[in-house]
Design a binder for this molecule. Structure first.
Ligand SMILES: [Ca+2]
Ligand SMILES: [Ca+2]
Ligand SMILES: [Ca+2]
Length: 468
């Protein structure tokens, strides 16, 4: 049974920590090359393609996407690819200068990577990027929101057979979209995308379009490194003792360093399996292909399968002393929740009348219920002022007198010269002997510290007359 439960828990955690990238829906000439790579267009004229993630994202949350784009090997080729946020996951656009995007995409927000200079669109002669909305590719139109600007900060041509790292970050709090190309910041758009473009609906599909026209190129995209939802994550998971959990770092397929590196199957991958025996915080630092660091924090709470606790005062000999309150204190693992029968959750509880009480102590994996029967009693402790240690069975010892239990912590008796004649932690008390001889009749001084039946500590002092 326990193993079945473990497997179930592990699967759930993998599901909840899955990243932004799921399955793509392929349209037009798009095809999947391998696990991480998709070809949008072959080198044939007027090809049109789009690929869309099958799950929507919510633009009220930030995202940080990284992927690698290959625009083919022919500088005189065309036309490029476009990153698009749109509402229809099967949408195809137009070929040629529309780059597989175009008038079909209302509403949409897009980042074009344009490798062909269409004069009619006021393109740049160099390969360029721009931020667009609603399918508009004409840079003279206000729908061309930012750019165009050279895609690369150093070279004019990106149709060079190489994969180029691209990063698109949506900062939902500040409503800023940033675009990086070849690890260099290139372009930014600031605006209320949800309301101004998508009519208030934050749920959109993300994907890519691409096309060729009279000129062609083989164009493809790889998702070797995909960041999930925010730049750095800080997540807390609660697991049962003995159950593994997978830590899913923000970056996939990246070098990672996890600290501490204990109880991990591999501290240098992005998604190690952790088998912690107690609460632990793992901090993983991943480095992407642009040398950016991503820091992921996983707080793992490990719940015991057995509930350990300590109740003070120990309950078997505890009573509610007449005229007093009974203050209970419960110590248990910090992961455990405490619920008293009145719904209070502190680790202390005050009882003012006799009766039945109950406390539940539990965590995500186990719980126990403790029933308390509280009886009232007389806890008054008195110290006699005279005793007669002649061993006739009457009044032979000097010590605390009580109906209830008394636990002596310290009990000292002094003679008139200040010598300690008795120093023992016993409630039976002093038998009147000092150094194995009968101490003389006299007045002696005492101090005593003890715990009463309700757990309360008390200190008393005074004098007592020994009579022979
Ligand atoms: Ca070109
Ligand atoms: Ca163009
Ligand atoms: Ca070019």
């Amino acid at each position: 049974m326990k193993n079945t439960y473990s497997v179930l828990i592990t699967i759930l955690f993998i599901f909840f920590t899955s990243t932004l990238q799921g399955q793509f829906i392929l349209n037009g000439t798009a095809s999947q090359l391998d696990e991480n790579c998709y070809q949008l267009t072959p080198a044939s004229p007027n090809a049109i393609a789009s690929i869309w993630q099958e799950d929507q994202i919510n633009l009220t949350s930030s995202f940080d996407l990284q992927f690698n784009m290959n625009f083919g090997c022919t500088d005189i080729g065309a036309d490029g690819m476009v990153f698009v946020l749109h509402t229809n996951p099967t949408q195809l656009g137009q070929s040629g200068g529309d780059i597989g995007y175009g008038a079909n995409f209302i509403p949409s927000l897009a980042v074009e990577f344009d490798t062909y200079d269409n004069i009619v669109n006021a393109d740049l002669a160099t390969d360029h990027i721009a931020i667009l909305r609603d399918g508009i590719v004409d840079h003279n139109n206000p729908g061309s929101l930012a750019g165009p600007i050279n895609a690369s900060s150093t070279v004019s041509n990106i149709e060079d057979c190489n994969y180029h790292p691209v990063r698109i970050i949506w900062d939902a709090d500040n409503m800023i979209l940033d675009v990086y190309f070849d690890c260099i910041f290139r372009l930014s758009y600031s605006g209320d995308i949800i309301n101004d473009i998508f009519g208030g609906d934050p749920m959109v599909y993300w994907g890519f379009t691409g096309s060729t026209g009279g000129k062609t190129n083989v164009q493809s995209i790889c998702f070797d490194a995909v960041e999930s939802t925010v730049t750095s994550t800080n997540q807390t998971f609660s697991i049962c003792e003995g159950v593994d959990i997978q830590l899913n770092g923000s970056l996939q397929n990246a070098d990672y360093l996890w600290m501490p590196n204990t109880d991990l199957n591999n501290p240098n991958i992005s998604n190690p399996i952790a088998s912690p025996s107690g609460n632990i915080t793992y901090i993983g630092t991943g480095v992407d292909q642009c040398e950016n660091e991503f820091i992921d924090t996983f707080n793992i709470i490990v719940n015991t399968l057995e509930i350990n606790f300590e109740l003070q005062p120990a309950f078997s000999d505890t009573i509610l002393c007449n005229g007093e309150l009974l203050n209970l204190t419960l110590q248990t693992d910090s992961n455990n929740e405490i619920v008293w029968q009145d719904g209070s959750t502190d680790n202390s509880f005050t009882i003012s009348q006799a009766g039945s009480y109950e406390v539940m102590i539990g965590n995500d994996c186990a719980e126990t219920v403790v029933n308390l029967e509280v009886e009232s009693g007389n806890c008054l402790v008195t110290m006699p002022n005279v005793f007669t240690p002649d061993f006739d069975g009457i009044n032979d010892f000097f010590g605390p007198v009580s109906e209830g239990a008394v636990e002596v912590l310290q009990f000292k008796i002094f003679n008139r010269w200040g010598e300690v004649v008795f120093n023992e932690n016993t409630s039976q008390g002093w038998d009147g002997k000092y150094k194995d001889k009968a101490a003389p009749s006299d007045v002696y001084v005492y101090t005593i510290e003890f715990i009463k039946g309700n757990g309360a500590k008390e200190l008393m002092s005074g004098d007592v007359t020994l009579i022979r």
